[in-house]
Design a protein around this ligand. Sequence first.
Ligand SMILES: Nc1ncnc2c1ncn2[C@@H]1O[C@H](COP(=O)(O)OP(=O)(O)OP(=O)(O)O)[C@@H](O)[C@H]1O
Ligand SMILES: [Mg+2]
Length: 388
Amino acid sequence: MTSPIRLLDSTLINQIAAGEVIERPAAAVKELVENSVDAGATHIEILLREGGRTLIQVTDNGCGMERDDLCLAVERHATSKLPEGDLFNIKSFGFRGEALPSIGAVSRLTLTSRTANQDTAWELFIEGGTKGAPKMAAHPVGTRVSIRDLFYATPVRLKFLKTINTELSHCVDCINRLALAHPHVRFLLKETDRVLIDYPSSPSLEHRMNQILGAEFVNNSRAIDGQRDNVGIKGWVSLPTYNRSQSTEQFLFVNNRPVRDKVFHAAIRVAYQDLLASNRYPVVVAYLTADPDEVDVNVHPAKTEVRFRDAQVVRGLIINAIRQTLTNHSQTTSSHLGDQAIAVLRSPNPSYAAASYPRFNQSPPSILRTGKTCVSRIYPHIHGTRSL
Ligand SMILES: Nc1ncnc2c1ncn2[C@@H]1O[C@H](COP(=O)(O)OP(=O)(O)OP(=O)(O)O)[C@@H](O)[C@H]1O
Ligand SMILES: [Mg+2]
């Protein structure tokens, strides 16, 4: 016989939601930084300790919250982001109203916030889902959210966390994705006293892309631009000769929201299929724009996936935009590979060159691109001090 049916209490409901929304520290970082961007912040500072296990603190100079809003923000299904209640016209990152209550149910959460209209800031503390009373505090206009001891209330989840460096690299990846979508925002990420990321405000997407992916990618990539029906695409794709052993450097943004999408990765594979070995991946940064009713952003609890009304249109658009660019530049090979090749040819033993580069459009040898060098280039500070 089963037990009688009963309604779950709210802390348990929030802990269950946290299981879906907050998979690891990087997911909490994502939720907090997205809230800061939604609040109009132009300066976002993230401080981590132990890869986010013991502390994740996000400080912004956004609009802040008044005392009553602060108390509401940590209630389940409380959001300021669906003013018309229209789930199919979402322009913000958040809309579910469950990130903060979920985090509050599995950690020790402190929110400190002040709006420009208030003389004082207010602070609220939540521990394992139990909310304290708001207290006056000192803080400039904006918000600081501190998550201490993430998952202390759900020890099983704690056991699933990986090493500090792995968790840290997920956090860095998360900030890079958000930074690629918001060039005007300054992002500063610190782990204890080390600065891992410092991207000053940028005048353009291209400038921000340069900050994150480096001049080497800029020199070895070409712009894409396309439109089909109500969907548009802009961005940059690497020349076939500039490639990676993993697809981790393929960034997709849908209406400026960083997402992971199978249609996107599959379309890239098709676009490069005659140009690249099947175990090599180009570097791609693509920004898709579509009317909000063309894309459903409410298909994943962590909001990291989307569903297109017409996936075939999107697929065709991506393939065509990339192919057109690659065809226009079919004579161009990667300058990176070219420089390496010239260096080898100038070496005292040129026969090595022939053995090393059988065909230019084949994947370059691992001395040029390995998962490790790729990680160390994007996350140089982490790799420079500790091995991943
Ligand atoms: N940094 C911030 N600055 C200003 N307001 C904030 C900030 N963080 C949260 N809020 C307020 O708290 C509310 C609740 O935040 P929460 O992240 O829980 O939900 P959401 O962003 O509305 O939706 P989602 O759960 O999809 O993220 C937000 O709607 C917003 O009004
Ligand atoms: Mg949110």
